[in-house]
Design a protein around this ligand. Structure first.
Ligand code: ADP
Length: 402
């Protein structure tokens, strides 16, 4: 159930009325949480015996000590005790009772119960004022405790609300992830079929010596379909990967393989696809790893693909593989627009694309680097970027040797 806020809604009622009601509610809640024996009603009841005991004590003192000048002192003690235990209401009652008792027993006869007479009033006034001050102080203590309780309750309710909202957000997020994953699965088959059909038709047409005039544009259209479905396919693959990363289900299929070979074939593929000059520098001896070769090839492909996407077509791209004492380092260097310091960590977040990338014609979804990061980290490695704006970027992957 959703928690009700302490500061209830106004619903058109005057502010003063709302405040009063809030105060009353708070007081009721405050009283409800203090022990039964400290409830004000019990305090009103106990004010009588407390004042009576103070009176008996004062009378005894009066009899025993010939010069007992402070009959008000035991009364004040009673008031302080009542105020301390039961609060302002019972304390005020004790003040009134004590004042009457003092007036009746200790003001010389003839002026008894005549508080309005000047002499009696002046004699009792200081006692009465001190009693009232004690009651006010206890009232302030009570108000402070009520405010603390209010703050505590409000905090608890906000925390509950936050927890509930958090839970709802998590559920919505899980639903979204589930939807993306289901939709991606469903899209995979039709995309593959469309691409397959386009490629078959393209092959058939290419076998024709000459095409009728009205079919002349068809090969180009089919090539475009092939190209776009390839992009769609890559996106769907990324979305499926993202789904498994989020659900913690991305599995690594470990095997022993040579990273040099994997880099070579990934770079070769990218050379063919982009037509770019991609340098590959690697040790002459194999770099054997116990890892998921497909996933690591995916990382190399992604980094090289980004390098060619975000740098001028005429600039070179360098891929280098180096063995360190405990690690293997793969670096992909380009001489493109570079990445600012602030963006160097953001680019590894899902769906992040730099403003430059967003305004450029280069298509993308900001998923590739997030997936690379997850793959590398699952292998116990790390990935980072070193770059200066205008000079290019270098993406470095460090993997433990094994
Ligand atoms: P995508 O390339 O699909 O947008 P990525 O996750 O691969 O997604 O990259 C995220 C962002 O990082 C890119 O949008 C781009 O802004 C930036 N980026 C990645 N590689 C480079 C690079 N080599 N040079 C400059 N910017 C890059």
């Amino acid at each position: 159930m959703r928690a009700t806020r302490i500061d209830q809604k106004r619903e058109g009622r005057p502010v003063v009325l709302v405040r009063l009601q809030q105060g009353a509610n708070l007081r009721r809640r405050y009283i409800a949480q203090i022990p039964r024996w400290r409830q004000p009603l019990i305090g009103y009841f106990f004010s009588f015996p407390f004042v009576a005991m103070a009176l008996i004590f004062a009378l005894l003192m009066n009899m025993m000590l010939p010069h007992f000048y402070f009959p008000g002192a035991p009364m004040l003690l009673a008031i302080v005790l009542v105020a301390f235990i039961w609060g302002v209401g019972p304390a005020l009652l004790s003040v009134i009772l004590s004042t009457l008792v003092l007036d009746y027993f200790f003001i010389p006869p003839g002026e008894q119960l005549s508080l309005r007479s000047w002499d009696s009033g002046v004699q009792i006034l200081p006692f009465f004022l001190i009693g009232i001050i004690v009651a006010i102080i206890s009232g302030q203590r009570e108000a402070a405790r009520r405010r603390a309780l209010f703050a505590e309750l409000a905090l608890k309710e906000y925390a509950d609300e936050l927890e509930e909202t958090n839970q709802e957000l998590k559920e919505v997020n899980q639903m979204k992830d589930k939807f993306i994953s289901m939709a991606s699965h469903e899209l995979k088959t039709p995309i593959t079929t469309i691409r397959g059909q386009a490629q078959i038709t393209l092959r058939r047409l290419s076998r024709q010596k000459e095409l009728p005039k009205e079919l002349a544009d068809v090969p180009h259209a089919l090539e475009q379909i092939d190209e776009q479905t390839l992009r769609l396919n890559a996106l769907v693959d990324d979305l499926l990967d993202l789904g498994s990363i989020r659900a913690g289900k991305m599995q690594l299929h470990l095997s022993r393989f040579d990273l040099c070979e994997a880099c070579q074939s990934a770079v070769e593929e990218q050379r063919l696809l982009s037509g770019r000059d991609i340098e590959l520098e690697q040790p002459e001896t194999p770099v054997m790893l116990n890892a998921d070769s497909d996933r690591l090839s995916q990382v190399v492909t992604n980094l090289v693909n980004n390098a060619s996407k975000y740098s001028p077509e005429t600039s070179p791209i360098k891929v280098s593989l180096q063995m360190q004492e405990k690690t293997t380092q793969l670096a992909v260097q380009d001489y493109g627009r570079g990445i600012s310091k602030e963006q160097q960590t953001l680019i590894f977040e899902t769906f992040y694309r730099s403003p430059d990338a967003q305004t450029s014609k280069k298509s993308g979804w900001g998923l590739g680097l997030a997936i690379c990061k997850d793959i590398v980290e699952r292998h116990g490695g790390r990935i980072w970027c070193e770059s200066s704006v205008g000079e290019g970027s270098m993406f470095i992957v460090e993997l433990p040797r094994g």
